[in-house]
Design a protein around this ligand. Structure first.
Ligand code: ADP
Ligand code: AMP
Length: 225
């Protein structure tokens, strides 16, 4: 149970959402994407959604004051008792520290941080050709993971969308924001000895296997000491 408090970290387009969906299903824990939570607030036109909107459109980070309360409330729901998989959070060193404190307040701690490693050149192509299901959040790619029927979600037949922030100029800003603000989080998790680094340029199923092996390996080592 203790091994199921997980985060997945990597640049936009590394495959966090794709892998998180499978991993969360296999481990029977909720997949909590802060991006998805924010988009849901936006759809519902909540005060938070309205305030986050302009940052999201520009590809900038939404201020912590908006994110932290939303996340703490979500982590306290009963479905997180057996663990959780956070995707898109933490995105700054300050958020990583806030998460540590938040979990401490709830008498928990992080088990592992899965780090997706990938060269930046690959990411623009992944993001600009990504399509997502607005209903269930399934992630597709026009070349590497196309839906069975063009434009429609395999699971619920919803019309797939091209996220407004998946256009090139916003993508380039998101990558810059990642380099400046999020990349240091990787060092933070290495220093805390929580990091499991995985080559995210491999095909989707291979990355899934590498993550599984990394988690198993660490669990084995932990059970020996
Ligand atoms: P993130 O959540 O990190 O932004 P996604 O999981 O949404 O990334 O993946 C970005 C895009 O790349 C999607 O279109 C997805 O289908 C595709 N993708 C994800 N992982 C791989 C992979 N290992 N190989 C090729 N394409 C991938
Ligand atoms: P994502 O779906 O993870 O690509 O996130 C989409 C957008 O939501 C980002 O570009 C940010 O504007 C915002 N966002 C998501 N998670 C965070 C976070 N942890 N901190 C700040 N902003 C976030």
């Amino acid at each position: 149970m203790e091994f199921n408090n997980l985060v997945i970290v990597g640049p936009p387009g590394a495959g966090k959402g794709t892998q998180a969906k499978t991993l969360a299903k296999n481990r029977n824990i909720p997949h909590l994407s802060t991006g998805d939570l924010l988009r849901e607030h936006r759809r519902q036109k909540t005060e938070l959604g309205k305030r986050a909107s302009s940052y999201m459109d520009a590809g900038d980070l939404v201020p912590d004051s908006l994110i932290l309360q939303m996340l703490e409330e979500r982590l306290q729901r009963p479905d997180c008792v057996q663990g959780f998989l956070l995707d898109g959070f933490p995105r700054t060193l300050a958020q990583a520290e806030e998460l540590r404190k938040m979990l401490e307040r709830q008498s928990r701690s992080l088990s592992r941080a899965i780090i997706l490693e990938i060269a930046e050149e690959i990411l623009v192509g992944r993001l600009s050709r990504r399509r997502v299901c607005p209903t269930c959040g399934s992630v597709y790619h026009l070349d590497t993971k196309p839906p069975i029927e063009a434009g429609l979600c395999d699971d619920d037949a919803s019309q797939l969308i091209h996220r407004p922030d998946d256009h090139e100029e916003v993508i380039l800003n998101r990558l810059k924001v990642y380099r400046q603000q999020t990349r240091p989080v990787i060092g933070y998790y290495h220093r805390h000895r929580l990091a499991i680094a995985v080559d995210a340029s491999a095909p989707i199923e291979d990355v899934t296997r590498l993550i599984h092996e990394g988690l198993e390996e660490r669990a084995l080592v932990a059970s020996r000491v």
